[in-house]
Design a protein around this ligand. Structure first.
Ligand SMILES: Nc1ncnc2c1ncn2[C@@H]1O[C@H](COP(=O)(O)OP(=O)(O)O)[C@@H](O)[C@H]1O
Ligand SMILES: O=C(O)C1=C[C@@H](OP(=O)(O)O)[C@@H](O)[C@H](O)C1
Ligand SMILES: [Mg+2]
Length: 169
C-alpha cells in the first residue's frame, strides 16, 4: 500500500501532525486510537480498565491488519505501542511510507504532564517511566522509519513543511 503512516512516542504529535498532513494532501485521516475509541464507544483508558491491555493490543492488531490491505490511500497515525508488538510489524511494513516523529525526553515529558494515558498512569515517577520507555521504544521506531523528523525544536508549521518536503523527495 502507499499510505503515509506516522509513528512515535506518546505526545510526539502523531494525531495533530497526521490530521494536518491529511488536510494538506487531501487524503482521509485515520488515527488508530480514535478508531478503537469509536468502535468500542469508550475511551482508551476505559478499554484498558475494563478489558485489560491485552485486549486493547488485539484491537490494535485488528486495525493495522485491516488498514494494511485498504487500497484507498490514507494518512494513518498509529498508536505509540503498536510498532512494538511483533505481530503488528509485518502489517506496518507493508503499509507505505513510515514517518517517525522523534521527540527528546524533555519535550515528551513536558507534553505528557497532564496526560491520563493508561501506559503512564499509576507510576510514581512519570519522568523516569517516560525515559525508560523511550529508551526501549526509540530503536524500534528508528528501525521502521523511512523518514525521521524531530519534534519540539521548530514551530509546528515548519515541522509540517519539513515533512512535506521529505515526502516529495
Ligand atoms: N510540533 C508540536 N509543537 C508543539 N506542540 C505539539 C506539537 N505537536 C503536537 N503538540 C502537542 O502535543 C500534545 C500531544 O500531541 P498529540 O498529537 O496528541 O500526540 P500523540 O498523538 O502522538 O500522542 C498535544 O497537546 C499537541 O497539541
Ligand atoms: O504507548 C502506549 O502504549 C499507548 C499509547 C496511546 O497512544 P498515543 O500514542 O496516541 O498516546 C494509547 O494507544 C494507549 O494508551 C497505549
Ligand atoms: Mg494520538
Amino acid at each position: 500500500m502507499n499510505h503515509i503512516v506516522i509513528i512515535g512516542f506518546m505526545g510526539s504529535g502523531k494525531t495533530r501532525v497526521g490530521k494536518r498532513l491529511a488536510k494538506d494532501l487531501g487524503l482521509p485521516f485515520i488515527d488508530v486510537d480514535r478508531l478503537i475509541v469509536k468502535k468500542m464507544n469508550m475511551s482508551v483508558k476505559e478499554v484498558f480498565e475494563r478489558f485489560g491491555e491485552a485486549f486493547y493490543r488485539a484491537l490494535e492488531t485488528m486495525a493495522v491488519k485491516e488498514l494494511s490491505t485498504d487500497s484507498e490511500r490514507k494518512v494513518i497515525s498509529v498508536s505509540a505501542g503498536l510498532p512494538l508488538q511483533e505481530q503488528n510489524q509485518k502489517y506496518l511494513q507493508s503499509m507505505g511510507t513510515i514517518i517517525y516523529l522523534k521527540g527528546s525526553a524533555a519535550t515528551l515529558i513536558k507534553r505528557l504532564e497532564g496526560s491520563n494515558n493508561p501506559t503512564l498512569e499509576g507510576t510514581e515517577n512519570k519522568e523516569e517511566k517516560i525515559k525508560k520507555l523511550l529508551k526501549q521504544r526509540d530503536p524500534v521506531y528508528e528501525k521502521f522509519a523511512d523518514i525521521k523528523v524531530v519534534t519540539g525544536v521548530k514551530p509546528f508549521d515548519e515541522l509540517i513543511a519539513e515533512i512535506e518536503e521529505k515526502l516529495k523527495a
